[in-house]
Design a protein around this ligand. Structure first.
Ligand code: GLA
Ligand code: ZN
Length: 686
């Protein structure tokens, strides 16, 4: 396979859309790419309509040949798209029923992008033909380094409710359940007279008079994700056949609910991500870090590609703030610190027409006189100096459990509270871990948990017997498990485990839940932590009984007063903790500090504005320090013996990190992020 990861460089560049510009500009583009240190571009993502003028037309590759030759001559490697992301309008004249249908029965129209029904055979045939033609023409091109399959599957259309998809769904259900009685049992169709006697009676969970069967909804999510995956696999099969020497990726889009990336990542050679932290939100870098740790973990810890981000503003929020000077660099270096080996943008040159003309680019409308262009050039040079990081991994001892299926199940309607949502809870626990100086991997229900000291599961609403068994043996063997509220409630069919929640882990927790108490917006419930501090639950509280565990916090109000709010239990060689309430980040951190210390992990106390990480490899350990605070300088105390990553100068252990500054410090002995202390902040902030 092509040596995509030249260990001596980090990749730098962006989406390149030359079809938007005349050929004279292409030459200028390559010259400017060289000036900026661009060594990699994603090409052809939205080129289908220019490559093919109609169902009978021959492929028009001349212009793409020319662009690829120019890039190659300029020393720019190519991440070539299969060009299938936005089918051309003519395809829907040929196949009107290839347009997807929404939940409420609306067939969508041409004029946007990503318009396709994943089940339509005519569409699939056209995709296969295009990918085949691309692979045949360019598979041996000297500049080709990676295939970029489609683009952000599921970003706009992640499910289609048309009749073709209904038929596919039935086939998928037959494959899963074999016979219809097994489906009836799994779906609990005895309720509301929903029993199916023939497969043909089953429909997608389209708009119905009231709540659709929850297990039907859950299977629909699984099917829809799998159906999109089959499109990806259709393309990959062609590429593997014709160009087995070229690696493949498809760009993920953060935590995209409807696409279960765990199923996808193992079918890629390298995992890639698009990330758009909101510059107007001073804490958006925390969610970005969570996404970066997610993709690194999806790739088994290997380095990954930041395939897209914005140099400045996007066009798709209500108000689109620019990135202030320095923030683009900081955002980019953050990805590298969390394991990225490519820093890429959407897009190389800002468009002058179309829906994204107000989206920033590496080269803004203003051109070379812009500060963005100056920052782009400076970052290209800086990344050359940081190339040593491309050989390193991110060591971790702490894992955060995440499960797309549980997310789907939790957010199906008709729950005790619609306010308990997956991502805010996960983000809060992740932020608490970061504030304690932890590097974090994400793990999935079936993951091998050996090697982690602690597993934190902010919410595991759906827990199969197998994944509960995985957590149980982790604790048995000496692991430390922290489990958040409303966990272990249902199995894979959304059926409840009886006899006290969570039925499958009561012995591990030494505690069980009797009932739930959802709290209204603004409503809170008091509790007292073991050290005497007062805390407040919001959104959610539970009546918890101890059965061997002990209370680390007790409720002080309402009819829960005096009852346990947090439990701790020694189970075999390990220990478990359960939170019977949705708590503030600081209070979650209080518990995590204790659990991590018991697990033997060093903890510190860091402001969220400071992103601290450690990368390591054969060349030593590198501490990354990124100050996301817009106005405060952070005064840090570092471990002794550090040197600048680029350069030989040794560093004093006292370091002032200016607003939006980033530093990489090299050590020749093991260090961890929690070795860093924040001594003061100037001006002081909380
Ligand atoms: C996504 C798409 C790009 C572009 C950007 C804009 O990431 O993949 O084509 O639309 O959003 O932010
Ligand atoms: Zn469809």
């Amino acid at each position: 396979m092509t040596n995509l990861f030249n260990p001596d460089q980090l990749l730098y560049g962006g989406d390149y859309n030359p079809e938007q510009w005349p050929p004279e500009i292409w030459r200028e583009d390559v010259r400017l790419m060289q000036e900026a240190g661009v060594n990699f571009v994603s090409l052809g993502i939205f080129s289908w309509a220019k490559l093919q003028a109609g169902p009978e037309a021959a492929f028009n590759f001349g212009w793409l040949d020319e662009v690829m030759a120019l890039l190659h001559a300029g020393g720019v490697g190519i991440n070539l798209a299969t060009a299938t992301a936005s089918p051309p309008p003519w395809l829907f004249v040929q196949f009107p029923d290839a347009r997807p249908v929404t939940w409420d029965g609306v067939r969508l129209e041409v004029g946007g992008r990503q318009l396709y029904c994943p089940s339509h055979q005519g569409f699939r045939t056209a995709v296969r033909a295009l990918v085949r033609a691309m692979a045949q023409r360019y598979g041996d091109h000297p500049a080709l380094r990676l295939w970029h399959v489609n683009n952000e599957y599921g970003c706009h259309i992640s499910e289609c409710y048309c009749d073709l998809c209904a038929e596919q769904f039935r086939g998928w259900l037959r494959g899963r359940y074999g016979d219809i009685d097994a489906l009836n049992a799994a779906w609990g169709t005895a309720f509301w007279s929903q029993q199916y006697h023939r497969w043909a009676e089953i429909q997608p969970p389209r708009q119905a008079p009231t709540y659709a069967n929850p297990a039907q909804q859950l299977d629909w999510r699984r099917f829809s994700s799998d159906n999109l995956l089959s499109l990806y696999e259709l393309e990959v099969a062609v590429l593997r056949e014709l160009t087995p020497h070229v690696p493949v990726t498809t760009n993920f889009l953060g935590f995209l609910k409807n696409v279960n990336y765990v199923q996808w990542a193992s079918r890629e050679d390298v995992v890639s991500l698009d990330a758009y932290p909101d510059p107007a939100d001073p804490h958006s870098h925390v969610e970005a870090a969570l996404q970066y740790d997610m993709v690194r973990s999806l790739g088994g810890g290997r380095r990954w590609l930041l395939m897209e981000q914005a140099t400045s503003a996007v066009n798709w929020r209500t108000r689109n703030a620019p990135k202030r000077p320095g923030l683009m660099r900081l955002d980019s270096l953050q990805a590298v610190a969390h394991g990225a080996s490519a820093v890429m943008y959407f897009q190389w040159r800002a468009s002058r027409a179309g829906a994204e003309k107000y989206h920033s680019g590496m080269l803004p409308h203003v051109g070379e006189q812009s500060r963005t262009w100056q920052e782009v050039k400076a970052l290209g040079a800086e990344l050359r100096d940081l190339k040593g990081l491309a050989r390193m991994g991110v060591p971790t001892k702490v894992a955060l459990l995440f499960d797309w299926e549980s997310w789907w199940a939790l957010e199906i309607d008709s729950k005790p509270s619609a306010d308990l949502r997956q991502m805010p809870v996960v983000l809060k626990y992740y932020a608490a871990l970061r504030s304690l100086g932890q590097s974090v991997d994400l793990v999935w229900p079936g993951s091998d948990l050996n090697g982690y000291a602690a597993v934190i599961a902010p919410n595991a609403y759906l827990l199969t017997a197998q994944s509960a068994g995985n957590l149980r043996s982790f604790v048995q063997r000496g692991g430390h498990l922290v489990l958040g509220p409303f966990s272990g409630i249902v199995d894979e069919h959304e059926q409840i485990g009886l006899g006290g929640y969570p039925a499958l882990l009561r012995d591990v927790l030494g505690a069980w839940v009797e009932e739930w108490l959802p709290l209204a917006p603004g409503e809170t419930l008091g509790l007292r932590l073991e050290d005497g501090r007062e805390a407040r639950a919001s959104t959610w509280a539970e009546k918890l009984h101890l059965s061997g565990g002990r209370a680390l916090a007790q409720f002080t109000e309402d009819y829960l007063a005096g009852g346990a709010a947090i439990s701790e239990h020694v189970f075999r060689k390990g220990r478990s903790y359960y939170l019977a309430a949705d708590l503030a980040r600081e209070d979650i951190a209080w518990l995590l500090r204790r659990a991590l210390a018991a697990a033997g992990a060093a903890v510190s106390d860091l402001p969220l504005e400071l992103d601290v990480g450690v990368s390591s490899g054969e060349d030593g350990w590198v501490l990354s320090l990124l100050n996301f605070h817009r106005t405060a300088t952070l005064h840090l105390r570092l471990p002794e013996g550090g040197r600048e990553l680029s350069g030989e100068g040794s560093l004093a252990s006292a370091l002032a990190l200016a607003p939006l500054a980033a530093r990489f410090v090299r050590y020749d002995r093991p260090i961890v992020p929690s070795d860093v202390r924040v001594v003061a902040s100037d001006p002081a902030h909380d």
